[in-house]
Design a protein around this ligand. Structure first.
Ligand code: HMG
Ligand code: MG
Length: 304
């Protein structure tokens, strides 16, 4: 079986995770988590979100988080990318104002999810990204894209891979350097992941795609394994399996970073993350949030 020699892990716990935790953390607590993750060797950390604080209160105050990142963390971790979500021009202006160096825009492959998540159609969302891309281009800020509901939608059920391909291609055409495919409700299986990727890879190179697998049905690692076998080498994950999605009821967090790292170690795939430091971050944030640790690997290590 062919596997990539190295994999890029995009840590989304401080954004995708914390946006859906009941306990909203203050800036210092967020910064502590982000610094522990950077110290563990994670090189891309999605650290906040410039969305409406009325819609996602947990992400309010992302300005303060990025100001602290720039003054306190970036000098210690000069090669780490601390990125943020931006849904529209206003979000992008907020991100630029506080010195964010990489952003992500997010669309969906499902009309109903797009309406629930960002209050507009897929077409309108792509139109909203045009000024975001313009600002990013003039400020030399790389933009990542997300497509949600690639393997199923909480409102519409199954999603045609051709619809995923259309939205993914639109995001690439408007200048996203990579598109992360979101199994927002973690409903996919290795079979549906394989069908989706077979369809996408007929027109889009694997190097332009990442996988963002929520673990609701316990399929995330299996889906990642299939994706690795099909040539994908960028994976999103959340320390301690934090989070879910505020607009996808019942969705659990992303695959836990520790579980992903453990699997990559088993496959002898390079990732650059130190497990022991990651485990410390995982334990600390679970205690802080007063929640069960969502990582099987963390649980296994803590019981031995
Ligand atoms: P809207 O209500 O349609 O926006 O929300 P609007 O343009 O009509 O503005 C309404 C109010 O929001 C105004 O304020 C604006 O200023 C304000 P008011 O006059 O009422 O006081 N506003 C903003 N405030 C701060 N920052 C902004 C901003 N934009 C407008 N950027 C909007 C549209 C997109 C803002 C809203 O729907 C929203 O914030 N949604 C949040 C969605 C979200 O964060 N979802 C979770 C992240 S996506 C995800 O988790 C999926 C992913 O992980 C992949 C996967 O798993 O599939 C990425
Ligand atoms: Mg997500």
């Amino acid at each position: 079986m062919n596997y990539p020699e190295t994999v890029k892990v995009v840590e989304v716990g401080p954004r995708d995770g914390l946006q859906n935790e009941k306990t909203a953390l203050d800036t210092e607590a967020k910064l502590h988590l982000i610094s522990q993750l950077a110290d563990a060797g994670l090189k891309t950390i999605e650290s906040g979100s410039f969305v409406s604080p009325k819609w996602v209160p947990q992400m309010a105050g992302s300005e303060e988080v990025f100001e602290a990142i720039n003054s306190r963390l970036q000098p210690i971790y000069p090669n780490t990318i601390f990125s943020a979500l931006t849904p529209n021009d206003f979000g992008m202006a907020r991100a630029i104002e506080c010195g964010v160096k990489e952003v992500a825009v997010f669309a969906a492959a499902s009309e109903s999810f797009s309406q629930k998540n960002i209050n507009c159609s897929i077409k309108e969302s792509l139109e909203r990204f045009v000024p975001v891309m313009k600002k990013a281009y003039s400020s030399k800020i790389p933009v990542r894209g997300y497509v949600s509901c690639v393997l199923g939608c909480p409102y519409e059920g199954s999603i045609d891979p051709r619809q995923v391909a259309i939205v993914t291609q639109e995001l690439l055409d408007m200048g996203c350097y990579e598109v992360s495919l979101g199994d927002t409700i973690g409903i996919g299986t290795p079979a549906s992941t394989s069908t989706l990727l077979t369809s996408l890879l007929s027109s889009i190179p694997a190097s332009k795609l990442a996988m963002h697998m929520h673990d609701t049905y316990g399929q995330a690692l299996a889906n990642i394994l299939i994706s690795l076998q099909m040539g994908i080498s960028v994976f999103d994950s959340a320390v301690a399996g934090l989070g879910g999605c505020p607009y996808a009821k019942g969705a659990s967090g992303n695959v836990a970073t520790e579980d992903l790292i453990y699997m990559l170690d088993g496959l002898a795939i390079e990732h650059g993350v130190e497990m022991q430091k990651l485990l410390q971050a995982s334990t600390a944030i679970s205690l802080k949030l007063n929640r069960n640790n969502g990582s099987k690997v963390s649980y296994a290590y803590s019981s031995t």
